[in-house]
Design a protein around this ligand. Structure first.
Ligand code: FE
Length: 189
């Protein structure tokens, strides 16, 4: 058993629901497998790879990501409104939820632990460059850093820049190189 209080509470709640016959262990396992393996972050990585290789798709993704995701039938919800923001030579984007831990589950899967950490949530707004540096990301001074605060209504995903030395291969190969953290914006590729 984990010593993390939140994990303990979750386990206690799960045991209680199973005991009362309101939930089965299979159902819980199914949810974890679904978010870990089937949902993300490969869904997000596939969107990124397609955007890099198909300008028309990229334009649609940037103008209405919600419609694109609904069309592709990504399961997982939490994307009532999804906004994709593009990293460019001028701008680096990073995503946070200052209030709690809103996250685009349908495209990125389960949020990493640090995303829910109060330190990340407050500091990335106040001193984004310092926080990014701790992730090993040095953003040049001439590049602006934009912080996007997620909410229950709007979730954000970053479209990272494709490294110059990557060849425009098939989208599967490209998607394989796109990390979750680059789509949250704490790292670059
Ligand atoms: Fe939140």
């Amino acid at each position: 058993m984990s010593e993390n209080p939140a994990a303990l509470r979750a386990e206690a709640l799960e045991s209680l629901l199973i005991e009362r016959g309101l939930l089965t262990t299979e159902a819980v396992d199914e949810i974890i497998v679904r978010y870990n393996e089937r949902v993300g972050p490969m869904n997000g990585a596939n969107l990124v790879a397609r955007a890099w290789t198909d300008p028309e798709f990229k334009a649609r993704l940037l103008s209405d990501a919600t419609a694109v995701v609904n069309e592709l039938g990504f399961e997982g919800g939490q994307v009532d409104k999804l906004v994709v923001v593009e990293n460019t030579a001028e701008v680096h984007n990073v995503v946070v939820c200052t209030l709690c831990s809103c996250y685009p589950w349908a495209v990125l899967g389960l949020p990493p632990k640090w995303y829910k950490d109060p330190a990340y949530r407050s500091r990335v707004v106040r001193e984004p460059r310092a926080v990014l540096a701790e992730f090993g990301t040095e953003v040049p001074a001439e590049k602006a850093v934009r912080v996007w605060d997620s909410s229950a209504e709007v979730r954000y995903m970053v479209l990272p820049e494709m490294p110059r030395d990557w060849a425009l291969e098939d989208t599967d190969t490209l998607a394989g190189g796109v990390s979750r953290d680059s789509m949250i914006g704490v790292t670059v590729l």
